[in-house]
Write a protein that binds this ligand. Sequence first.
Ligand SMILES: N[C@@H](CCC(=O)N[C@@H](CS)C(=O)NCC(=O)O)C(=O)O
Length: 219
Amino acid sequence: MLTIHGVTRSRASRIVWLCHEIGVPFRQVPVIQAYRLPDPFAADAPLNTRSPAFLKLSPAGAVPVIEDDGLVLSESMACTLYLARKYGPPFGPANPAEDGLMMQWTFHAVAGIETDALTLLFLHGSGNTLSGSDAAAVANAAERLVRPLRVVEDHLATHGHLVGGRFTVADINMAEVLRYAQGYHPLIERFPAILAWLADCQSRPAFRKMWQARLAEPE
Ligand SMILES: N[C@@H](CCC(=O)N[C@@H](CS)C(=O)NCC(=O)O)C(=O)O
């Protein structure tokens, strides 16, 4: 059976969401991020990204990692694209052209959006009043995000979905990254097609099931 290593309050959420969409059963090992623990090396610390047992599986010390039919795979987007290709349409590619487009949108999310979107989440989303340098970091991240989000906005406004006119792994990968910027209203409200599409994506039963599991985990 497919094993997902990583708590749902991590990028494992993308894989869990996709598995619920496809209907593929999985076992989840709740490896937690070391930085969320007071002492990840304590004898009674839960399995975490600095635990020797986990480092054997993932020398980079990051979740998620999956194991499937003897394959050990890290990098969350590699995991979702692998599973999408393995199980095929409707969530995966029907042909090499769709496969290329699914990779294109996934790389656009990871290379062009994720880092700055995480800055918005961690700094603005903390709810703290921002100091001068943090406020500047948020403003700069938001400014850099305008161009890549405009590309997504224009595509969604005319096509409704990212690939193939249907909901696919590309939507999951992009939606999970855009979720980090979703709470930063001065930016996201400039993109109505993205907002409407995100609402649709996040109202899907498979997303909700993943989200419930995430909320059930300790913060
Ligand atoms: N590019 C990687 C990033 C993996 C990553 O940074 N994971 C975080 C959690 S979402 C992590 O494990 N951090 C724990 C640590 O750095 O110790 C991916 O998409 O899988």
